[in-house]
Write a protein that binds this ligand. Sequence first.
Ligand SMILES: [Fe+2]
Ligand SMILES: [Fe+2]
Length: 211
Amino acid sequence: MTQGAAPFAHPLLRVPTPVGWVRMACESRDVLLIDHANCEKKAASTALALMFAYAEDLDLAERMSRLAREELRHYEQVAKLIRTLRVAPQRLAPGRYAERLRRLVAKSEPHREVDLMICGAFIEARSCERFATLAAHIGAPLSDFFRGLHDAEARHYRVYLDLARRAAKRANVALDARVETFAALEAELITLPDAVFRFHSGPPAGAGSGG
Ligand SMILES: [Fe+2]
Ligand SMILES: [Fe+2]
C-alpha cells in the first residue's frame, strides 16, 4: 500500500496525490475540467448554505460570502477554458470523496458546525494540493491555470480551519482529535482505488502499481 514516496509534510493532509491519479488526470482532460467546474459550483453553494445555517454569525457570513464569490469566479474561468478547448459539455455524477467525508459530520450542534468547517478545510486543502501537482505535470495551458488557482485554495482552507477552531472553542470540542478522524478517512479516500475518475478521486481501480 505505502509507496516509497518523498516525505510529505502538510498541516492537514497525510498523503500526497498518488501518481496513478496524476497519470489518469493527464489522460482525462475533459472529465477533469468538467468535474473541476462542478467542484467550483459546489464550493460556492456550500459556502452559501453555511451562511443560511449560521445566519446569526455575521463574521462567518462575511467570510463565506467572499469565498462563494471567489469560487464562482473560478467557475467562470474553468467554463471559459472548457469553451476555448472545445470540451463537450456533459452531466457528471459526483465522485465518492465529498459525500464520504460529509457522512462523518455530526448530526447535532454544536459538533456539527465544527465538523462542517473541518470538512471544508480538507476539501479545499486537497484541491490546493492537486492544483500544485497538476501544474507540475499537465502542461500548458492547464498548468498555468491550475498554478493560478493554488493560492486561492490555500487561503480557503485556512479560512475553514480558522472557523473550525473558533467553533471548537465555543463548543468545547477537542479540535485536533476531530481533525485526525477526518484526516484518516481523507487519506483512505485518496489512496484506495476508485472506480470513477474525478477531481478528488483515488487512484484508478485496476491500474496496477506501475509507476
Ligand atoms: Fe475554487
Ligand atoms: Fe476553494
